[in-house]
Design a protein around this ligand. Structure first.
Ligand SMILES: *[C@@H]1O[C@H](CO)[C@@H](O)[C@H](O)[C@H]1NC(C)=O
Ligand SMILES: *[C@@H]1O[C@H](CO)[C@@H](O)[C@H](O)[C@H]1NC(C)=O
Length: 989
């Protein structure tokens, strides 16, 4: 063999590394069983095809080239040297045809059962423990020694009897020589996985059903099956190599064992396919599921089905060169090194995730020792063909190698070293929020006169304000609005629609209204607002509330219609390409307008709006995506194709995706509240919110249609408007003698939440396990795992660091008590999910809304849409903790850390927050201890209350809506480039 032969081991290394680095985020695991079967089939076919192609060409080469000399004897031998045919060992397990057939059948059976176990484990991946797979090389090494111990003809000397010599023989020369390196290898790669998977997500592994106890057992059973399959394959492959050597001449006449393996793989996958088709026939409701294959899945599958068969082939060829154990080592070492390096390379932001750097470097060193040992002990198989290019290190190379690794390790350690950060990140974040809030509020109301307001509008938005701007200004200043200039939300929400012509906007508005798909219309004619189209009685209040909201200023509005979303869920999600186009086009439109003379709204507007009963060229826009996962189809379609959300699937719901949270975090805490709900950098959100997992009513569209919604998740482009729920005070801030609102310090030191399971529908698929509200209640009541928490450390507690602690211990030591429960009954569920949830959470009695004011800390988790209680919570003397995906019209007016405490949607920061504000370590003997920051908490409670009463009043909702509708009026005006407002007698241009 020549240098080209090295291609295969290199291929093996590269293939393994690729698989080890990418599988955690592959879409292929959306349908694990499909993927398993396809990959198995292709791997099987590839092996058969390869053997068939190379059978002829390989034979002559083989006869001339085999040697079986222990590497320890081979120092300095020229690589061209070809030795006489060796005394090849008699492998005791060479099998007859019948036995072989039995073995193959058993193998097929085992593979199919393994597939079933695999499927089950993947389905409940949140309940898995650390995997034992790392120990497979050790199992194989032990097997190897027992297999050859009876026939160690390659080493004819009898084992020495002196203890020391025996040990040396055991470790380096005997058939047992693989055991020590395999042991070190297994231990270090197991420790690496164990250390890196220590951070658990809050995704629920229910205690109420059997998954929590059965899955780890199944996992272990799966490992036993893996071992069985690996051992059988080992024997077959090893025999195959032996036969090749023994009976090279007959090779072409008989199927080699590799072909047998290939055929077994193929047959197993066919058995799986037949089983799949049986299910397909028996359960028609699975039909859709079996056949549906989104493009992301196909891509993921394609990658795996290229890489796994190729890697398998490389493995089989490598076996011929280095023996089975040699090939196994190459594979296992590549995977283990990649694992450690990946863990070491994971970005650390403000020391989070907590870095087991020392542990990992120890693993790396252990691994390197194992690697060196495996070089020393001679990777020669007892019966292999030796390549010319043997990997063999002399002493100098070895020293250099070890040196390089050491330098590398210290380099990584230095690179990852971060000085302990000064003070608590929350303190920094609060200070930053104060600054941001100050500069925001000063720019939000810079104008003191109408003329200034017009000028500021022009310079901010690059065009004249809409007609009737003077009326709006008067309205706003008459109500003491704190915000005059900054209406960036209106701008942002309408921008995509500026790319559509006025005719198109009007047409689309009426089209969606005529569809009567969860939308209510409002029509304004001659200064009067009326309901347009049919609105179901249950949702009538929303439309009526909106009419109330605009009543006071409707006389200034031009004739127009608009459609409001009656569902909680937002619904307009144009794909990235469409948005990119619209934003560029929309911006151009806006610029074009500024140079033209300003006119009032057109006079004949009423006639330009189509009649709802008779719309020419009507199209239907909405599709029902309720009760389905929608992150890939809706939630993230606005993201660029190269964003994480489009490229990766975080299928391992058990582990916390720290990389997903890092862009918006400072350490564990939310540093950028706006960014924290953006889907594009957070593929794991797909499994962490009801909207993405299984919404109750997502009648969505990818078309750009103007829908006014009360809130939207980032990624959707619904136009936000102030919620009639808040405007009509459906849950409002009230207190009385029986339920007073005491000052912050007089309240109970408790985090309080009550609510319903209404975030999404869990109709039997277990979607509830990922929903925010469910995760919150579970984390605070039932979580038995571990969570990170930021605590002081050292004698003087001057430094702080993250520790991973049992949830039960954390709850015991937190001075703030937690009280979060579902009330009434479990709603929006179906099948087993109802009973599972009832058993998992237990239910509490409903409480009077006013009772909330008894507690210092109120949690606000959004549900199917915006949170109706956030504003009343802010108005109270309590501190509001808020975790939310949805964003409302007032986004940007309130500042996280100034007016409320932001909580990451993953909830992994919740305990650290409670420790910071409420104190930690009630047990005085406990070494760790955190003083409660009562002043900071009280400041947030007060600032939230004061500011809410300045910028989130009913008047502020009116002012916002007034301005939004003026802009909407201009956007739908046929002469919108010329329409605008200018002060008379002055040229503002
Ligand atoms: C938060 O993220 C948004 C979006 O990336 C960005 O525009 C904004 O400047 C960030 N805010 C802060 C305070 O960094
Ligand atoms: C979870 O916690 C709640 C409240 O403490 C309790 O009623 C329920 O039984 C717990 N669930 C399980 C499965 O232990």
């Amino acid at each position: 063999m020549d240098r080209k032969a090295l291609f295969y081991p290199c291929g093996l290394i590269l293939g393994t590394s690729y698989l080890a680095t990418t599988q955690h985020a592959s879409f292929a695991f959306d349908r694990p069983l499909h993927t398993f079967a396809v990959v198995l089939l292709l791997a099987g076919l590839a092996i058969v095809a390869y053997e068939a192609c190379t059978a002829k060409t390989r034979r002559p080469a083989l006869i001339a080239r085999y040697v079986a000399i222990p590497l320890s004897d081979g120092n300095g031998r020229s690589s061209d040297e070809i030795l006489a045919p060796p005394q090849h060992p008699r492998v005791p397990t060479s099998l007859g045809v019948k036995a072989l057939a039995g073995l193959v059948t058993a193998l097929m059976f085992t593979i199919c059962v393994r597939a079933a176990i695999y499927y089950r484990v993947m389905k409940h991946i949140e309940c898995t423990g650390p995997s034992a797979l790392a120990f497979l090389p050790l199992v194989l090494a032990v097997h190897h020694s027992s297999r050859y111990s009876r026939s160690s003809s390659w080493n004819s000397d009898p084992p020495p009897t002196a203890p020391l010599e025996y040990l040396v023989h055991f470790a380096f020369h005997g058939t047992t020589r693989y055991i020590l390196p395999a042991f070190l290898l297994s231990i270090s790669s197991f420790l690496t996985t164990w250390k890196t998977s220590a951070l658990q997500s809050t995704y629920i592994c229910p205690l109420s059903n059997s998954a929590a106890s059965t899955i780890p057992k199944l996992q272990f059973l799966g490992f036993l099956f893996d071992c069985t399959v690996a051992l059988v394959l080992y024997n077959l492959i090893d025999d195959g190599v032996a036969q090749t050597v023994d009976n090279a001449v007959e090779l072409s006449d008989r199927a080699t064992n590799n072909v047998l393996i290939g055929l077994t793989f193929t047959a197993s996958s066919l058995v799986l396919a037949v089983a799949g088709i049986a299910i397909y026939a028996a359960l028609p409701e699975h039909r859709q599921w079996i056949l549906a294959a989104p493009p992301e899945y196909l891509q993921g599958l394609l990658r795996l089905s290229l890489m796994i068969p190729l890697t398998t082939l490389c493995f089989l060829v490598t076996v011929r060169m280095y023996g089975v154990m040699g090939a196994v080592f190459i594979l296992a070492f590549s995977a283990a090194y990649i694992g450690v390096l990946r863990a070491l390379g994971t970005g650390v932001s403000y020391s989070f995730p907590p870095k087991p750097t020392v542990g990992l470097i120890l693993c790396l060193i252990l691994l390197t020792i194992a690697l060196i040992l495996s070089f020393v002990v001679d990777t020669n198989s007892e019966n292999r063909v030796r390549p010319k290019m043997h990997v063999r290190l002399g002493r100098p190379q070895m020293v250099v190698f070890v040196f390089v690794l050491l330098v590398f390790s210290f380099g990584v350690a230095a690179y990852r070293y971060q000085p302990p950060f000064p003070g608590h990140p929350v303190t920094t974040l609060i200070r930053l929020a104060n600054e941001q809030h100050y500069s925001w509020s000063s720019q939000a109301r810079r104008s003191k006169t109408l003329a200034e307001a017009v000028r500021n509008y022009q310079s901010r938005y690059g065009r004249d304000p809409p007609p009737s701007f003077d009326k709006w200004y008067e309205y706003a200043t008459g109500r003491n609005s704190m915000v005059i200039d900054d209406f960036d939300n209106v701008e942002e929400d309408l921008a995509p629609f500026a790319s559509l012509s006025p005719v198109e906007l009007r047409q689309r508005t009426l089209e969606i209204l005529a569809d009567a798909n969860g939308l209510g219309g409002i029509s304004i004619r001659q200064g009067k607002a009326a309901v347009l189209g049919e609105v179901p009685g249950t949702h009538r209040w929303m439309v009526d509330g909106t009419i109330q909201l605009i009543e006071k200023f409707v006389s200034y509005l031009p004739d127009m219609d608009f459609a409001i979303n009656l569902n909680d869920e937002c619904r307009v999600a144009p794909p990235y390409a469409v948005l990119l186009h619209t934003y560029t086009k929309g911006a151009l439109e806006f610029e074009k307008r500024s140079s033209n003379p300003a006119l009032n709204f057109s006079t004949d507007r009423a006639s330009t709006w189509p009649n709802i009963g008779n719309i020419p060229g009507k199209r239907s826009h909405f599709e029902n995506h309720s009760l389905q996962p929608t992150f890939q189809t809706y939630g993230s379609v606005a993201c660029a194709p190269d964003s994480l959300a489009r490229r990766e699937r975080e299928w391992n719901t058990r582990s916390l995706c720290t990389a997903c949270a890092a862009p918006h975090s400072m350490g564990i805490f939310v540093a950028n509240w706006t960014l924290s709900a953006y889907p594009c950098h957070q593929p794991d959100l797909a499994n962490l919110h009801g909207l993405h997992l299984s919404p109750a009513a997502l009648h969505g569209t990818h078309d750009l249609v103007p829908v006014f919604s009360q809130s939207r998740a980032p990624g959707y482009v619904d136009i936000r408007f102030p919620s009639p729920w808040n405007y009509m005070g459906k849950s409002s801030y009230q207190f009385d003698e029986k339920n007073p609102d005491p000052s912050f310090v007089k309240k109970e030191n408790t985090l309080f939440w009550r609510g319903a399971t209404s975030e999404g529908v869990s109709a039997g698929s277990g979607a509830w396990k990922g929903m925010l509200r469910q995760r919150l209640v579970h984390l605070l009541n039932n979580n038995t795992g571990t969570q990170p928490i930021l605590l002081p450390k050292g004698k003087d507690r001057s430094k702080i660091d993250y520790v991973i602690e049992n949830t039960a211990t954390i709850k015991r030591l937190l001075e703030t008590k937690v009280d979060a429960r579902f009330v009434g009954q479990i709603v929006r569920c179906g099948g087993v999910d109802c009973t599972d949830q009832t058993r998992e959470f237990g239910l509490a009695n409903a409480v009077d809304f006013k009772q909330h004011w008894r507690y210092r800390f109120l949690f606000d988790a959004d549900g199917a849409g915006f949170s109706g209680r956030f504003i009343p919570f802010l108005q109270s003397n309590s501190v509001v903790f808020k975790a939310a995906l949805f964003r409302e019209w007032y986004e940007g007016r309130l500042f996280a850390w100034k007016h409320f405490v932001p909580v990451d949607l993953r909830l992994h920061d919740l305990f650290s927050l409670l420790a910071y504000f409420g104190g930690y370590g009630v047990d005085r003997r406990d070494k760790r201890m955190m003083e409660p920051r009562e002043k900071e908490a009280e400041d947030i409670a007060r600032a939230g209350k004061v500011w809410t009463e300045k910028v989130l009043r009913k008047e502020d909702m009116e002012i916002y809506m007034f301005r939004l509708l003026l802009e909407w009026g201009r956007l739908t005006d046929d002469r919108r480039e010329e329409v605008g407002f200018r002060l008379e007698g002055r040229d503002n241009g």
